[in-house]
Design a protein around this ligand. Sequence first.
Ligand code: HEC
Length: 233
Amino acid sequence: MQRTFKTGPSGPGYAPAMNRTAALVCFGIAAMAGVADVSRAGQAAPAAAADAAPAYTADGKLVFPSDYREWIYLSSGLGMTYTRPGAAGSGGMGPMFTNVFVNPSSYRAFAQTGKWPDKTVFVLEVRDSADHGSIVKGGRYQTGTMGYDVEVKDETRFPEHWRFFTYPAPDGPMPAGNPIPKDAGCLACHSKNAAVENTFVQFYPTLLEIAKAKGTLNPSYVHAEEAAPTATP
Ligand code: HEC
């Protein structure tokens, strides 16, 4: 079933034209850096979760990091909108979850410094939600994948250091993603509103504590928070 809805740089939420049934197909990631530990008995312990630098095709598209579910989970937004209330989930669908992942070595670097190292990759996985099913009488749970947004910090490849990509949830192999033009709106919103560099650390509670402790919050974010009313639970 193919559903198309408003999205992207000018839209209220996320999601390109997407196919609801997602089939994740493994692509080869060029640079895999698995680290194996050796136990005292001399046996190899299970390798640490695979980590990957961003990999590109010869024509400059980003290979989708299909192992992102083994990365570090940061948080989930539910039905977040940035323009007007109720925009996400319009068109008969429930509010969407946005699950955010980052590659493990960059997470570890952030935990130590409060900053993102070069070659950091984020995946924002968009899922539909439901409020009926199985034993559920209240609340919402996540269902099918609706698409992905990816963000890369790559200081050698991109003059502005950060680039954004978007992917559908295909039935077949995942196509490589074209870089989204830098004036398309992704970078504009992220650079203006994000708490640390171009990332929305204000919505990832454990990272926000780290950034506060390390003093790496963007001054623009700090000023906006001082002017805004405090968030209520
Ligand atoms: C109007 C503002 C806005 C625009 C435009 C926008 N984003 Fe975001 N983005 C956000 C917010 C807010 C979050 C935090 C989402 C959450 O907590 O689930 C986010 C999170 C992300 C993340 C997770 C990493 C991070 O930076 O925190 C990725 C990846 C991402 N967006 C990609 C994109 C792409 C690709 C586009 C353009 C197609 C885009 N975004 C356009 C506001 C925006």
